[in-house]
Design a protein around this ligand. Structure first.
Ligand code: SF4
Length: 244
């Protein structure tokens, strides 16, 4: 593997992080329920600003009626809106799903394309959705899907100091081996959900805490007794010990 420098932390090689993630999440998979690339595309569009759990409640109803590109392309927008309402932003999502289905029928013979350039032509599809569909449905690694968990953990792990998904992805691509792009994204998502949550990450029980430059920086603060001073690291350890 070539040695790259992470711009943010100066880390010479992210392979210790990758090794630990592989041990922690050896068989990570996409949490969305779907059959085939088109259903995955729809589920991923619905997952914007919504939990996968909520999407998985909605999609069985949606796919029962409009489970294929052709059926979706013939749907009335109000029917789609009614079913997907609870996922939020449902006007836009319904418009994009219907528009994507129509374009797939008209321009791509009813098939979800296999290239980044073509898939980005679909309404409502940005790089994150395109990366998920290409990687999970086709096993094609054209990039790294950067969602809210990947954004947060890339910063905490010292892999990127950028603030937008596009720029973070550009920092990650040169330092993560291409064959791991899809898995790396899913592993960070899983770690973000289970351990490195936004508000109170469980640094004390995190396998990465000896190599993570943010270990214990974001752990919940505990009130200090008067006259005592403890470092943030100590606070994190104490907090975790107490919780156990
Ligand atoms: S040590 Fe803490 S901040 Fe770093 S990855 Fe683990 S939980 Fe997240």
């Amino acid at each position: 593997m070539s040695i790259s420098v992470c711009y943010y932390s100066g880390m010479s090689d992210p392979s210790p992080i990758l090794k630990k993630l592989d041990l922690l999440y050896p068989r990570v998979a996409c949490a969305l329920h779907f059959e085939g690339p088109f259903q995955l595309l729809v589920a991923t569009i619905l997952s914007a600003q919504c939990t996968d759990k909520r999407v998985n409640i909605v999609t069985p109803v949606l796919f029962e009626k409009f489970g294929t590109v052709e059926k979706m392309a013939r749907a009335r927008i109000m029917e789609i809106e009614k079913i997907i309402r609870s996922t939020g932003f449902y006007h836009n999502k319904a418009k994009n799903i219907l528009g994507a289905a129509k374009m797939l029928v008209k321009k791509f013979q009813g098939n979800v394309p296999r290239t980044m350039k073509e898939i980005l032509e679909l309404p409502g599809v940005a790089r994150k959705t395109a990366n998920v569909v290409l990687s999970v449905a086709y096993g094609i690694q054209e990039g790294i899907a950067v969602d809210t968990h990947v954004m947060r953990l890339s910063g905490r792990l010292g892999l990127s100091d950028k603030k937008t998904p596009e720029k973070i992805e550009q920092d990650l691509l040169p330092i993560i081996p291409r064959k791991k792009w899809g898995r790396f994204s899913l592993q960070l998502i899983q770690h973000g959900r289970l351990v490195c949550m936004a508000k109170s990450p469980l640094c004390g029980s995190c396998t990465l805490n000896k190599i993570c430059p943010s270990a214990f920086l974001y752990s919940k603060k505990v009130p200090q007794k008067r006259g005592t001073r403890r470092s943030r690291d100590t606070l994190g350890v104490k907090l975790h010990t107490k919780k156990r």
